[in-house]
Design a protein around this ligand. Structure first.
Ligand SMILES: [Mg+2]
Length: 343
């Protein structure tokens, strides 16, 4: 394809719900020039701009890269993430510090601004396309989906102990065995895959005979989003799973995590559990997983999880049984765990 160097390039930048037309660029201009032009229009400094769908062979182009090499259509819409200096100055501590330092209830009612969602959906789509999932055990037809965090959810990763096994949350295997009857299980941790595999081996999860995990997701399946209160944070968007597997959706997926911000892209599907910390003090007291196992059983007959409010999971009472719930429960009397005293 031959490009006329004098061709004007028209680009539209979409940022924070508004569109900005960038004119007076030619194909011989560079990405750096484009960024300066965007700066003029939006006030976002070049080094703060993340031009999400501006790609050269799948990668972010260098500033020196000529616009002609990107082969953009006239009126191409660039989705930008970026923040104004004054917003950044207001943002609090870096995200790594949030889990332990900030009471994460603060984030409870924060929602992802509708205008940003499109940008994030593009990120999620990219994860759906590019993130490789290694299936450990095939999904089972008709099962719902349970997505589990590791740190402080299944395991106290900060306390010291003789063996890692001592840091396991009480009733972990009972919980997973019970959940497995109705749910496919996925583990999602904001760390590396190698670490997840090691941990699951250590806890005896990967080799357990009474339940199987469908797959693990690591930090690379997460996306970063901008929140007014915390700046840029990493979240776990369930859309990555829903995009890859037709059988899972917001109707049948529930996710447990001790950090609510991980749910920001899908707040209705997240249940914030109490963190398991100071294992040596709490090992004899912590019954969270038993209670959660019961909740998972109680809600399993709900046609659509969107009708549930997991914030009030402890107050949930199953609706009156209809014919098929009775039938289903009759088949589930095989275990002798007592979860009745857990509430
Ligand atoms: Mg955690």
């Amino acid at each position: 394809m031959v490009y006329n160097m004098e061709n004007e390039v028209k680009i539209v930048v979409k940022w924070s719900g508004k569109e900005y037309e960038i004119c007076n660029l030619s194909e011989s201009d560079s990405v750096g020039t484009l960024k300066s032009a965007i700066h003029k229009e939006t006030g976002v400094r070049p080094e703060r701009q993340k031009l999400l769908n501006l790609k050269l062979k799948g990668k972010t182009p260098e500033d020196g890269c000529q616009l002609s090499t990107l082969k953009l259509k006239q009126g191409f819409k660039v989705m930008m993430m970026g923040s104004l200096e004054e917003d950044i100055a207001d943002a609090s501590a870096p995200p790594e510090d949030i889990p332990d330092v900030v009471n994460d209830l603060d984030i409870e009612d924060e929602e992802v601004a509708i205008e940003s969602r499109e940008v994030y959906l593009a990120k999620i789509e990219r994860r759906v396309r590019e993130y490789k999932i290694n299936i450990l055990n095939e999904p089972r037809p008709g099962k719902k989906l349970l997505v589990l965090d590791i740190d402080y959810t299944l395991y106290d990763h900060r306390s010291s102990a003789e063996t890692g096994y001592e840091l396991m949350r009480p009733f972990l295997h009972e919980f997973l065995t019970s959940a497995y009857e109705d749910y496919d299980i996925v583990i999602w941790s904001a760390t590396s895959m190698k670490w997840i595999e090691e941990k699951m081996k250590l806890l005896g999860v990967s080799t357990h005979s009474d339940y199987k995990v469908v797959f693990y997701l690591d930090n690379l399946a997460m996306i970063s989003i901008f929140t007014p209160k915390y700046g840029v944070v990493q979240v776990k968007p369930l859309g990555v799973i829903w995009g890859k597997f037709d059988q899972y959706s917001s109707r049948n997926t529930i996710m447990f995590d001790d950090i609510r911000r991980n749910f920001l892209m899908n707040p209705g599907n997240g249940l914030k559990i109490r963190p398991f910390k100071q294992a040596h003090l709490n090992r004899d007291k912590d019954r969270e997983l038993l209670r959660l196992a019961k909740y998972l059983k109680d809600i399993v007959h709900e046609e659509d999880f969107n009708s549930l409010d997991h914030k009030h999971w402890e107050k949930y009472r199953p609706r009156k049984k209809d014919k098929h719930t009775v039938k289903k429960e009759a088949g589930n009397s095989g275990d002798n765990r007592d979860t009745s005293g857990a509430r």
